[in-house]
Design a protein. Structure first.
Length: 202
């Protein structure tokens, strides 16, 4: 596929493609078409998808990291709560729905057991992360993450509905669904070792 600005066309639409290497540091691609010569053409994939890259994606990726680091690493509930709307709602497929002060209280209880000190690590699966703007309100961010503790690994889908305010981004709605266990490398290796040992003793 060939691109010039927002225009894209297939090679068969451009019977002659010339690669020009002028004195400039970078080569320049020129395409001759029935309509004339087109300069500034590039070859490759379409422009980057704003759902998976770009300023908004990176900004909310950092907000997600800040939120979960406050809960799981710094064990600072007030820092996490400061990133929530006062009327936040949290939808969880195992716990149900919690709202406002209930969400704040749950975060404070979790911080008392400091996940970091319990060896619990939260890891975003970057290739699943998506961001979509909501005009006049904020954006939706969704993806999957793992929670790793010793040889136990859990995986779930999450979504943040972010509201953009004068003071920054705030979580307006939160979803945590599709919780399931996942074999961690260490656990899988141990299970293979036990299987091998059992064969040897048979």
């Amino acid at each position: 596929m060939l691109y010039q600005g927002d225009r894209r066309f297939r090679p068969e639409d451009a019977p002659v493609v010339l690669l020009i290497a002028p004195e400039a540091e970078e080569a320049r691609l020129v395409v001759e078409t029935p309509d004339g010569v087109m300069d500034g053409v590039r070859v490759g994939e379409a422009a980057a998808d704003p759902a998976t890259s770009g300023p908004l994606f990176e900004e909310l990726r950092e907000m997600d990291r800040t939120l979960f680091d406050a809960i799981f690493v710094a064990c600072d509930p007030e820092a996490a709560i400061a990133l929530l709307d006062a009327d936040v709602e949290f939808y969880h497929d195992k716990v149900g729905v919690t709202r406002g002060q209930e969400v704040h209280d749950a975060i404070r209880r979790q911080a008392e057991g400091c996940p970091r000190e319990q060896g619990l690590v939260r890891e975003v699966i970057l290739e699943t992360l998506l961001v979509s703007p909501v005009p006049g309100f904020g954006a939706v961010q969704m993806g999957e993450h793992r929670f790793i503790q010793a040889e136990e690994t859990g995986r779930a889908r999450f979504a943040h509905v972010w509201r953009q305010t004068e003071d920054g981004w705030r979580v307006h709605r939160e979803l945590s669904i599709a919780h399931r266990t996942e074999e961690s490398p260490g656990r899988l290796e141990n299970s293979r070792l036990r299987a091998f040992q059992s064969l040897g003793s048979a």
